[in-house]
Ligand binder design. Sequence first.
Ligand code: ATP
Length: 262
Amino acid sequence: MLVVHDLCKSYQETKVLDRIGFSVDDGDFFGVLGPNGSGKSTLLKLISGVEKADSGQLLLNGTPVENYSRKQLSRSMAVLQQEALPVVNFTVQEVVEMGRYPYQNWMGEEKGNQGQLVDSILHKLDLNRLRDRSLQELSGGERQRVALGKVMAQQPRWLLLDEPTTYLDIGYQIQMMDIIKAWQKEEKLTVIAVLHDLNLASLYCNRMVLMQDGNGIRVGAPKDIMQSELIQRVYGTKPIIVEHPVHLLPQIMLQQGGSFVE
Ligand SMILES: Nc1ncnc2c1ncn2[C@@H]1O[C@H](COP(=O)(O)OP(=O)(O)OP(=O)(O)O)[C@@H](O)[C@H]1O
C-alpha cells in the first residue's frame, strides 16, 4: 500500500504540491489526472524517489520511500515515461535485457535464466521479429513497446506510468493499455498512471485522484471524478458525460464552444 500524506513540494518560490494526500491499495490501477501544470509529474517523481518532498509523508508498505535504497526501489518499482527511450543504437533485445540491471552484480551477471524471461516478454509484446533491429530503425509506437518490455523485465511490484500513450495512435493506445492491464492482473501489480485522456483513464483505472494546483481535489472511482461540473471547474470546459454502452463506465464528450458554456 502507498500512503501519500500532506505532501508538499516547491520549486524556488512556487508551490507545486500543496498538502496532497491519498492512498493506493495493492492491486489498484490508480489514475492521476489534472490539467497541465497541476503537479502530476512532480508527484510521480516524488513517489519514484527521483526527487524529495519538502514536507509530508510517502509511505510504501509502511516504510518512508526515502528509506529504500536505489537498488531496492528499482527492484520493486518501474517507471515508464512518455518518450521512454532515446533513439540509440541498441537492439530491441539488448534494451529489454537492460531491465534486468537491478538484479545483476557489478560484473553484469545474474543468477538464473534471464534468457527465458526476455524471450517470453518479446513474444508477449510481439517484438520477436524485431529483436535484432536497432532502436533507430523503429517507429515511435514500436519503441514505446520496447520501453514497456524493458520495465517488464524489471519485474516490479509497482508500475508508474507518466503519460505512456501520448504519442500513440488509438490502436497502439488501447494495445498498450490492454497489455499493461493483462500484466497487472497476471502479476498482481499496482499501477499508478498519469493520464491526460480522461476516457482512457475511466476505462482502465479503478480509482483516481483529480489534481488542481498541486492539490488532490477529489479521489474516487471513475463515476466520482467524471462529473460535468467538476471537470468544468478544473479544466475550464464543460463536457457532456455519457455511459459507455459496453463497459458501463462514464465517458466524456467534448463540446465545440465548451469553454463558453456556463
Ligand atoms: N524542476 C523544476 N523547476 C521549476 N519548476 C518546475 C520544475 N518541474 C516542474 N516545475 C513546475 O511545476 C509545475 C507542475 O509541473 P508538473 O510537470 O508536475 O505538472 P504536470 O501536471 O505533470 O503538467 P503537464 O500535464 O503539463 O505535464 C509547473 O508549473 C512546472 O513549471
